[in-house]
Design a protein around this ligand. Structure first.
Ligand code: FE
Ligand code: FE
Length: 203
């Protein structure tokens, strides 16, 4: 497996991230490992993706923008308004060029961990969910329910998280990346296509 060296990268993340973010990172890493065990996914890949998912999070926003430009990574209008969103694509890029990750599934999991996307891989779903439910999280709605659901149905959990996140952001608490809406539409349709017993959310 081309995932590199976990303990060594863990030491690097400890230096790269502030204490709170590092703690969150460990939470995501262990939660992702547990979900990988539950769903028969590669546990080491899940740990690696969890460890690196926020590797660009503590870079100041102006520097995130500059680095994306330097690396030729496209910046959308929404991302320019909310540069924290850039930590996903910049993180995926740094994982490749700075931390030596070549596994496309790990890179995809880092890339899509904030917004999700339609038709995610199992590893992408695991990191997306682990980021939301890791033990250090306290603020999101319905956490106990979502945490339990995560170990029963990945797609339904992704759908639920996207719905709760869009509701939260729709109430004016943050910028919405159009990709989150596309992802929600996709996962919502998996369950509620024929008979719409879903949410009242306009997407
Ligand atoms: Fe993140
Ligand atoms: Fe995170």
């Amino acid at each position: 497996m081309a995932s590199g060296n976990l303990p060594k990268l863990q030491r690097k993340m400890k230096k790269e991230l502030d204490a709170e973010r590092y703690q969150h990172t460990l939470g995501v890493m262990y939660t992702a490992a547990s979900l990988a065990m539950c769903y028969g996914e590669d546990v080491e890949k899940a740990e690696m993706a969890g460890l690196l998912h926020d590797c660009a999070k503590c870079i100041p926003n102006d520097r995130k923008i500059r680095m994306c430009r330097d690396y030729g990574l496209e910046i959308s209008k929404v991302e320019l308004n909310a540069p924290y969103l850039l930590h996903s694509k910049l993180g995926a890029h740094l994982a490749r060029v700075k931390y030596g990750i070549t596994d496309e599934d790990i890179l995809g999991a880092i890339m899509w961990h904030t917004t999700g996307r339609p038709n995610m891989t199992t590893l992408e779903k695991i990191i997306f969910i682990a980021d939301y439910i890791e033990p250090g999280r306290t603020k999101a709605q319905n956490l106990p329910e979502v945490r339990k659901l995560a170990f029963h149905d990945l797609n339904l959990t992704v759908c639920r998280i996207l719905e709760d996140t869009l509701h939260y952001l729709d109430s004016g608490k943050g910028e919405i990346d159009p990709m989150s809406r596309s992802a929600f539409r996709y996962y919502h349709n998996l369950f509620f296509e024929t008979e719409d017993k879903g949410s009242s959310l306009t997407v």
